[in-house]
Ligand binder design. Structure first.
Ligand code: ATP
Length: 912
């Protein structure tokens, strides 16, 4: 446990949980030198941070880079290559020994850089979502990074929060914490502030401690930080977690399997080549070196790494577009999503509520103008002119937990809108005139909130019940159930009830959210005060985003806690609903017979008056139809639905820590359009990975076939070992990687979602790979035979063959940038990374041909400008042929098949 002395005085020690639990709260506060109401000062925080460090965990001790580099040699193929270099040395073939060694160093360096990049990008992912907390410092409550906490800080925790450090609780209100991550116990632990007996041990028994990493699932509390970072109980869990390898994504797994299968076949073929060479009486060491180099080149060992880097880079790019994807497999699933279920408030709309209409129980209508003036039937409302309106606003402000600070709303926007209205009418500090004695919190399930209050002026000597009133606000139908009378006198008759409902429906049709107010002594005998209607504008671009999703075959369903009319009006504005569409309420979901439920849910585009538990029903039904569902959520109770969905989308701004933890993806701007952007990226990444798989496999197969065919034809080896290794660098290195960052292609966005079970290497893809490889082999062999007309193998012959192969590969990379689109329509300069990578490889190739030290390594000689031009023209045939193939496929499918379900037959052929 950390404990240290500062220059200015003695710093208190951080405390163990067991030690703090047996002491009284006051004792712990004084031992930690804390001030529970004012918090620590900035200087004190600084002193403590120096002594205890940040509230973070240090990642595993890093292996030194040199060790990581040397580990790269620990590969059977590299070791075999080294062996052949040593044998060459012993056989006094110094040139060969030197060349092989240099080539090995280059191969190993490229592999090392690739792996290092992959590690760095994965590390960057873990830092995308820094946890926050609420802490009192220098007398002010502030939201800050949990990493900044020090022992002695005062922290507030409430429903949905992740506990940011180990905290000795000093105040609790119905506080229950989910400690299942430590104890496995799913029933929440009820917390208290009382000191515990020394016999109590372990997380589950220490009731007055809230442990870092657990979640608040009801109530709220306050306490003092006793342990941070590695000194917290979570530290030990974290250390255990570090030793667990994160599971591989399905794509990473299938790429490793593909790699293994290819390795097997390549080794088989290489074995045959070596045997054949030996039978033909070729030099054994030369055959061995060629064989091993070929194995290095043909086995796409870089494939899983390139997949990881592409996925990780995609995740980082998505973060730039406000979507934080928590796990790599999610990127793959994004391209398969065919239903998006979205909350209305805050995701499809701005969540900037503004009260625009008021209706009192006494049937007075008022509207709030743009300037903020409230007009009631031609008169401007002032605090003294319309007592019914003022009473309604009083209920709205007193039964309210939001705060208005410097024009900014802190808390629920629905409540903030009520405070803003009071502000406009100069009704400041209404809430301060009352003392709250009880609160029934708002929840999406109940749809109402109530507070029991008494005027501050009330004498303490009087019995409490005498002057206490309930103030309630909530959905109109729910509030009316608690009312028997109306404000100003009179019974709430069935016809009045119906009248108020029709007014609410009228406001709903205008897309307004309706909140009703009531007050009275008894919670079940309240007086109805009136209702407020609020406007929350749909977000810009959402309509377009929905239209884009629809056109690519993804359906969108809106889920709202609001009334039917409000939901329908907003959904209609967003192009989600028309009068002949179906909408279902939460009650419908409960009463529909099971055989109808799934079908109704599939055909419904709007769900209203739903609660979080209905979201689970919706997700399960859609999944039972084989749909891949993305579901949004912001509340603590949405966590189950988010976990259940294929992609749980949590709101980064308005969402609780619990829902952020449960989600697979977090929207940092809470905006629906961001989901569309993430789906786009997900789709693109998949197709980009397919493109570089095509590139790598065609290079591998071409290299293998070239050597096999020339051996079978009794020709000398057209490429030497170093040249084969150089080809491997191009294949596994930057040119392949840069295919993974191809920018978003509009056509791909229009394609329907992929089936999750679809294989990446399909028959059409295999066909393309084989035809490309054959073109490369035919061209290269032709050049080789042409050069060999004198029956002598010279450095010029291999240089021509080698350069021919490399040029073929560069043109092949160009055509691999898109599966179906012409290079001229995607644009030659649209992928800058690709240009750098291919440009670099060409410069590298020229150095290999013209730079004397490299000429010695690769056993090459200078070619003439005419030679290069000839080779480049020949190699471009692979691009030209592929352009024809693309054109043919595009034309053929455009003519023969109509567009179905918003996607063309061409789309289908490209996704087969
Ligand atoms: P959506 O489901 O559209 O994203 P939401 O989750 O905010 O919105 P709920 O919170 O379930 O929807 O709101 C349902 C109803 O409850 C609203 O129509 C309104 O009448 C009422 N309501 C909303 N917020 C409050 C609140 N803070 N206090 C009292 N009543 C509220």
């Amino acid at each position: 446990m950390s404990c240290s002395i500062s220059f200015d005085g003695v710093l208190p020690c951080a405390m163990r949980a067991s030690e703090a639990a047996v002491s009284t709260a006051t004792d712990v506060v004084s031992r930690l030198g804390a001030d529970i109401s004012a918090g620590l000062t900035a200087e004190e925080v600084e002193r403590r941070r120096k002594a205890f460090g940040r509230n973070e965990f240090t990642i595993k001790e890093e292996e030194p880079l040199s060790k990581k580099y040397l580990n790269q040699f620990n590969d059977p193929l590299i070791l075999l290559l080294l062996a052949s270099a040593i044998i060459s040395l012993i056989a006094r073939q110094l040139d060969d020994a030197f060349s092989i060694t240099v080539a090995i160093v280059i191969v190993v360096t490229v592999a090392f850089v690739q792996e290092y990049r992959s590690e760095r990008s994965l590390e960057a992912l873990s830092q995308l979502i820094p946890p926050k907390c609420h802490c009192v410092r220098s007398g002010i409550m502030q939201e800050m990074l949990a990493g900044d906490l020090v022992p002695g800080d005062t922290v507030n925790i409430s429903l949905g929060d992740r506990v940011p450090a180990d905290i000795r609780l000093t105040e609790v209100v119905d506080l229950e914490v989910d400690e299942s991550s430590f104890t496995g116990e799913t029933i929440p632990s009820r917390k208290s502030t009382l000191p515990q007996s020394a016999a109590c041990k372990g997380v589950s028994q220490l009731k007055n401690i809230a442990f870092m990493g657990t979640f608040v699932c009801s109530g709220h509390g306050k306490g003092v930080v006793i342990g941070v970072g590695e000194d917290s109980e979570f530290g030990s869990v974290f250390r255990m977690m570090q030793n667990e390898e994160s599971p591989k994504t399905p794509l990473q797994k299938s790429m490793s399997t593909l790699g293994k299968q290819l390795s097997f076949y390549s080794l088989l073929i290489i074995g045959c080549i070596m045997l054949l060479g030996w039978l033909q009486g070729r030099h054994l060491l030369a055959m061995f070196t060629i064989g091993v180099s070929l194995a290095v080149a043909a086995i796409p060992e870089g494939l899983p790494i390139v997949v990881t880097v592409t996925l990780a880079l995609g995740v980082i790019r998505m973060a730039g577009r406000h979507a934080i994807v928590k796990r790599l497999p999610i990127v793959e699933t994004l391209g398969c999503v065919n239903v998006v279920c979205s909350d209305k408030t805050g995701t499809l709309t701005e969540n900037k509520m503004e009260v625009t209409r008021l209706y009192t129980a006494s049937r007075q209508r008022a509207s709030v103008g743009k300037t903020g003036a409230v007009d009631c039937e031609g008169c401007v409302v002032s605090p003294s002119s319309h007592p019914d309106i003022v009473k309604m606003i009083e209920v709205g402000c007193v039964c309210n937990n939001a705060q208005l600070r410097g024009g900014q709303i802190i808390g629920h926007p629905t409540e903030g809108a009520m405070l803003a209205l009071a502000h406009k009418l100069n009704l400041f500090g209404l809430r301060d005139q009352f003392v709250r004695t009880e609160e029934r919190t708002f929840s999406s399930e109940k749809k109402w909130m109530g507070v029991l209050v008494r005027p501050r002026s009330h004498q303490v000597t009087e019995p409490p019940s005498k002057n206490e009133d309930w103030y309630m606000k909530g959905a109109l139908d729910v509030v009316l159930r608690h009312c028997t009378t109306i404000s100003g006198g009179g019974l709430l008759t069935p016809s009045l009830h119906e009248h108020y409902m029709s007014v609410a429906s009228e406001y709903g049709h205008q897309g307004l959210r309706v909140v009703a107010m009531a007050y009275g002594r008894d919670l079940n005998d309240l007086s109805f005060a009136g209702l407020m209607a609020m406007w929350d504008p749909p977000r810009e671009n959402v309509r377009d985003a929905i239209a884009n999703l629809h056109s690519s075959g993804v359906s969108v369903k809106m889920i709202t806690g609001d009334a039917k009319e409000t939901g329908e009006a907003i959904a209609e504005q967003l192009g989600l609903w028309s009068p002949d569409s179906v909408s279902l309420s939460g009650d419908d979901l409960e009463t529909l017979p099971p055989h109808q439920l799934t079908d109704s849910i599939a055909h419904c585009s709007l769900f209203y008056r739903v609660t979080p538990k209905h979201k689970v029903t919706i997700v399960k039904s859609l999944q039972s139809l084989g749909k891949i569902v993305a579901m949004t959520g912001d509340g603590t109770n949405d966590a189950v639905a988010l976990k259940r969905a294929d992609i749980g989308v949590a709101m980064g701004r308005s969402g609780t820590d619990v829902c952020r933890e449960a989600g697979d993806m977090i929207l940092t701007d809470d905006n629906f359009s961001t989901i569309t952007a993430a789906i786009e990226e997900g789709k693109m990444i998949y197709y980009n990975i397919r493109n570089f798989v095509r590139f790598q496999l065609s290079t591998s197969i071409a290299a293998l076939s070239l050597i096999t065919l020339s051996t079978m034809m009794g020709l000398p080896n057209p490429l030497n070992a170093m040249q084969i290794l150089w080809i491997n660098i191009i294949m596994d290195g930057p040119p392949a990687q840069s295919l993974g960052v191809e920018p978003v292609d509009e056509d791909i966005m229009k394609r329907p979602p992929r089936k999750a079970t679809d294989r990446m290497v399909t028959l059409p893809l295999l066909f393309q790979i084989v035809t490309t490889s054959l073109t490369i082999v035919a061209g290269t062999l032709w050049v080789f035979r042409k050069e060999m007309e004198d029956k002598m193998i010279t450095p010029r012959d291999t240089t021509m063959t080698f350069t021919c192969f490399v040029f073929f590969d560069m043109f092949n990379a160009l055509s691999c940038r898109s599966m179906s689109k012409s290079l001229f329509s995607i644009g030659l300069f649209t992928n800058r990374m690709f240009l750098y990578a291919v440009g670099g490889s060409i410069v590298g190739q020229l150095l290999v041909i013209y730079f004397p030290p490299l000429q010695a390594v690769f056993q090459t000689e200078a070619l003439s400008g005419g030679d290069l031009l000839f080779l480049a023209t020949l190699a471009s045939s692979v691009l030209v042929l592929d352009e024809f193939r693309k054109m043919f496929v595009r034309r053929f499918f455009k003519k023969t098949r109509p567009r179905e379900h918003g996607c063309s037959a061409m789309d289908i052929v490209c996704t087969i």
